[in-house]
Design a protein. Structure first.
Length: 248
């Protein structure tokens, strides 16, 4: 009788441990899901950027061999963090050195949203906007050309307005979020635990490639003090409103 009693206790203890372990595993999967998604998205963007950069670099070298005289005055060697593309030669102008890039651009209107292309300053540090390059040559799908044009338009206007520390931009929640060297955008959410406790967690983190801080770094205070943490809802640019402000 005594052996049977202890055997039941042992079996019951094992079952209890299995139940606790299963509950811990399910909670762990739920708790780390946002971080796994964030890591997967970051890795995918990095792979696409690297592949595009290599492909465009090869195309620029081929173009240089064919026509060494065809040079754009604003063809920078920097890589745009948005498109990851190097400058392409504009074959629509027989003598590009005689016609400034900015003059060529102001004569055109976007076929996607019918907004006029802005004038690109000579000191614009990012790669030439997509509308002065052939989207097919830089591997941009037709459905993505319009959104990328809006990104470039906003970046050019921000640069003209004095935002000299921009490194690119991203789209999220219907807005454009410029990448600054000292800004990280975050999206919070409230998570309710089984015991009814509500805890605020970070659902999404967005920043330029030179800021490699994740949600755990932010929650644990490992981000340097000079870097601003800005919520998505308190930032972002409506591209159409922003681009039409001066035209009213």
């Amino acid at each position: 009788m005594t052996i049977g009693f202890y055997t039941k206790w042992i079996i019951g203890g094992i079952l209890l441990l299995i139940i606790i372990a299963g509950a811990c595993y399910l909670w762990y999967q739920h708790d780390t899901a946002p971080y796994k998604q964030e890591a997967a998205e970051t890795a995918e963007v990095a792979r696409e950027w690297e592949a595009t950069q290599k492909a465009d670099t090869s195309k620029v070298e081929q173009a240089a061999d064919v026509s060494a005289e065809s040079k754009m005055p604003t063809a920078d060697k920097l890589v745009n963090p948005i498109t990851g593309a190097a400058p392409e030669t504009d074959t629509r102008t027989k003598n590009p050195q005689d016609v400034p890039m900015s003059t060529e651009e102001t004569e055109k209107v976007s076929p996607h949203d019918f907004l006029p292309y802005p004038k690109v300053p000579d000191d614009y540090p990012l790669n030439p906007p997509i509308w002065i390059r052939n989207p097919d040559m830089i591997g941009v799908p037709a459905h993505a050309a319009g959104p990328l044009e809006l990104l470039d338009m906003v970046l050019v206007k921000l640069w003209v307005q004095g935002h000299k520390n921009i490194t690119g931009a991203s789209t999220a929640y219907g807005k454009i979020y410029p990448h600054y060297r000292d800004v990280i955008y975050v999206k919070y959410e409230d998570v309710t635990f089984p015991n009814g406790t509500v805890k605020r967690k970070i659902r999404r983190v967005l920043s330029g490639p030179d800021l490699e801080y994740g949600s755990r770094d932010i929650m644990t205070g490992k981000v340097p003090a000079h870097i601003k943490i800005v919520e998505f809802d308190d930032a972002g640019i409506d591209p159409y409103t922003f681009l039409k402000e001066d035209s009213k």
